[in-house]
Design a protein around this ligand. Structure first.
Ligand code: AMP
Ligand code: FE
Ligand code: FE
Ligand code: ZN
Length: 291
């Protein structure tokens, strides 16, 4: 993995006015984004980021290609992932960063998610069949990386069943809708254990989107290392409550756009970001900050 120092623009002098920005949350075509890892890295370079973490849902499949592209473009790449978990029946997303890509514990969790998803997709397809909707399962099998509801929704659009991905979620695939299936729940604790066993940092993703503040505060008592305060198109001042909570716990405050390319055209790469100091905290050893 390329170090930050070697990826910074050449002949640049670190002065207080310079803000080196890295986007720590985006998705590639190996999960539900539309840009390839190479396209993501090139876009990061084009918009002036120094660093990037590709956080695909439950898979690290983007990394072999991303590493080659990042070395070619001079972009610092931080290993990252967005794990799906459940807490009291509610879906929770957990970001993992700066782990060893070759770690068995993280690779095992990814493999378990792959079979969880295959089984769950099959159950959703069965539910759709009962509703009179026959999806081409063979086409779904050709998808690479982490396959889930966005791929099913895309297939429904292609087969003319719905007019948009949004409609597929609203009518069939969203939580509580007739073809929804939660799949096998993976706990927050087992996810934290896998990230920590691989020397990574575990971060609560996008607390802004959590409708249940009681559940969020339960997560605050678990051994996370940080929280994603700067998120998507939310103004930076919206991070304040999360910065306050992070300070109490000695946590890191991370940030990223949650860019998905064409899947979510309203979110732009670089719309939320972290500076070099935060990047270095993530790369560093697991020592809590003291305030
Ligand atoms: P899955 O991991 O298979 O449960 O799919 C979750 C993903 O579906 C999320 O990360 C979003 O990218 C996408 N998603 C969830 N709800 C919607 C929605 N209402 N419209 C479009 N995409 C959605
Ligand atoms: Fe997504
Ligand atoms: Fe998420
Ligand atoms: Zn995401």
């Amino acid at each position: 993995m390329r170090s930050v120092a070697s990826s910074l623009p050449q002949n640049s002098v670190m002065c207080p006015m310079t803000v080196y920005k890295a986007d720590l949350h985006c998705h590639s075509s190996y999960s539900d984004g539309t840009d390839t890892p190479t396209e993501l890295v090139k876009l990061a370079k084009q918009i002036g980021l120094f660093g990037l973490s590709i956080t695909d849902h439950d898979t690290l499949d983007a990394y072999p290609e991303a590493e080659v592209a990042a070395a070619a473009e001079g972009i610092a790449l931080l290993p990252g992932i967005e794990f799906s978990a459940h807490h009291r029946g509610e879906a929770v997303h957990i970001l993992g960063y700066a782990f060893s890509l070759s770690s068995l514990s993280i690779q095992t969790l990814c493999a378990r998610h792959k079979s969880r998803r295959a089984h769950r997709n099959h159950l959703i397809i069965k539910k759709l069949k009962k509703l009179g909707i026959a999806l081409d399962e063979e086409k779904l099998a050709q998808e690479k990386g982490s396959v889930g509801r966005p791929h099913l929704a895309r297939l429904m659009v292609e087969q003319g069943i719905v007019a948009s991905i949004q409609e597929a979620f609203i009518r069939y695939l969203g939580e509580g809708k007739p073809a929804y299936d939660p799949g096998e729940p993976f706990s927050v604790i087992e996810t934290l254990e896998a990230i920590h066993a691989s020397q990574g940092k575990a971060i609560i993703a996008h607390p802004h989107l959590c409708a249940r503040s009681d559940l969020l505060y339960e997560l605050f008592d678990l051994p996370f290392d940080g929280i994603e305060g700067y998120y998507g198109h939310f103004p930076r001042e919206r991070a304040l409550p999360w910065v306050t909570e992070a300070k109490k716990r000695g946590w890191i405050v991370t940030g990223g756009s949650d860019y998905h390319g064409g899947t979510k055209p309203h979110s732009f790469l670089g719309s939320s970001w972290v500076d070099l100091e935060t990047w270095q905290k993530l790369e560093g050893p697991c020592i809590k900050e003291s305030f």
